[in-house]
Design a protein around this ligand. Structure first.
Ligand code: FES
Length: 157
């Protein structure tokens, strides 16, 4: 989707809710806006700047500082595969290759249908489940190439 085709009406609805103090509510405004668009397009950030009088450079600074924000379109589901030592030892590489094969993407990429974004992350703190991955907020552990296929299928529907 090209930036100029983006509907800015949702921004016009979100921003006034925070009119008491735009500056200190900037993160909340950006979060709510990202929830609507799935990411923060440049035209949307410009509109937020226009409506709030917060400089675009400041908005951009916040968006690039916090990892929860993204400037590129993301898939509906975020798959995070653990790259930590315990998962590595227990064969996460094979699991990861299987996911890549199913989705036809590399790490950091989003599928053509915008259903999935694939990421690898450092230890997510559930080493007893190694090898482990998360899909959105759900953990899937003791993964095999077979079980991970079932997980991907479950979310593909
Ligand atoms: S190394 Fe994967 S959860 Fe800790």
């Amino acid at each position: 989707m090209k930036d100029k085709t983006i509907d800015l009406k949702p921004v016009a609805k979100i921003v006034p809710k925070y009119s008491r103090d735009y500056e200190s509510n900037l993160i909340a405004i950006l979060q709510e806006t990202q929830d609507v668009y799935g990411y923060l397009p440049k035209s949307v950030m410009k509109e937020i700047s226009k409506l709030t009088d917060v400089p675009l450079t400041r908005i951009f600074g916040v968006v690039t500082f916090y990892s929860q924000f993204t400037l590129t379109p993301r898939g509906k589901h975020a798959i995070k595969i653990c790259n930590g030592t315990a998962c590595h030892v227990r064969g996460v590489d094979e699991v990861k290759e299987k996911v890549k094969e199913h989705l036809n993407v590399s790490e950091g990429e989003t599928t053509a249908d915008f259903k999935f974004t694939l990421e690898t992350v450092a230890c997510i703190g559930t080493c007893f489940l190694a090898p482990v991955m998360m899909v959105d907020d759900r953990y899937f552990g003791k993964l095999t190439t077979e079980s991970v296929t079932d997980v991907v299928k479950e979310y593909s529907n």
